[in-house]
Design a protein around this ligand. Sequence first.
Ligand code: GLA
Length: 393
Amino acid sequence: MNELLQRGSEHFASHFGGTPDGLWSAPGRVNLIGEHTDYNDGFAFPIAIDKRTTVAARARADRLLRVASSSFPGVVEVCLDDLSPDALTGWAAYPLGVAWAMSQAAGRAGGSAAAGSPMAGVDLALTSDVPAGAGLSSSAAVECAVALALDDLWGLGLDRQELARLGQLAENKVVGAPTGIMDQSASLLGEPDHGILLDCQSLQTQSVPLGFAHARAGLLVIDTRTSHSHADGGYASRRRSCEDGARSMGVGSLRALGPDDLPRAAALLDDQTFRRVRHIVTENQRVLDTVAALRTSGPAVIGTFLNESHVSMRDDFEISTPELDLAVSSAQEAGAVGARMTGGGFGGAAIALVRDDDAGRVAEEIAVSFARAGYTAPHIFPVTASEGARRER
Ligand code: GLA
């Protein structure tokens, strides 16, 4: 981590000169279970991972926002007074979209920062080791690091739930991806060795011990290096099907339905909408079952929920890909406790829960299966549950 902080300070100096007022960081996430449930007011159970985005930031005397990223050339600048969702495009839409969302929130709270002074411009330099496009929420990591930095520099005193909501708002309104609140919640609320049980209806959260170290087990990420983009049609069309399903069933969201409602849903809905609904209803149950099993018996018994979740995403929600299916099936065949694709789908990463002693072999066998299938070699690496966004310095 120190290396990332060092790089962050150097990157800041190379673009803006001098030293930043502070450094903030926020992690990517993997979702252990509970996919596409967040925008259905359901349950999800993500963890914050040990890969982070760092933002080095310094307040300015004027109202200019300037942002640089070590992943892209140049500096993007905009005046605070000109921030608007339509004016922001490309990579800078993520950090500046958060600035827009936060300036809206500050406006609602009285038009200025808590201290009574108008919000100042800020120079922001971003560096990250969260792989982009892998379904590990590199975008939420950027949003949450920037949100925390601006909250401090502007003295807004917003709580983490509110910061998560503003990150989501930036993604929905500025980036144009109709995503839920899971990624930002995980990035802001994560804890070492814990998963975060999110109730996306009440917005209540609980930290649940994973017990991985005690069970001598851990998570492997299998990044298939096939791309996913949530602004594209697949994610939005799944969301629409869920909303259609809820409307036809006469409920405000699919959270209101349980397994007992499925026969009525089967009778009422077309086959495709029914399968979308069945995924959400059964996935909510699997999240609760996973958390209950972790609490009573530990990680060794949660594999079946992970495996069933993947089947549901593959067959009912239809968001998997041949590469993700192969990552999952070869992990299972190589002796993983359980495996599933993670995140929005249509590419990106799968996760496998593996015993420590099996991790090397499972990774090797997945790589061999990919080579045999003629797929691009996957990037396979372990992740641990880590602390959420924080001020580093
Ligand atoms: C993406 C979105 C999340 C969530 C997942 C699927 O990561 O950003 O809000 O909907 O997909 O569970």
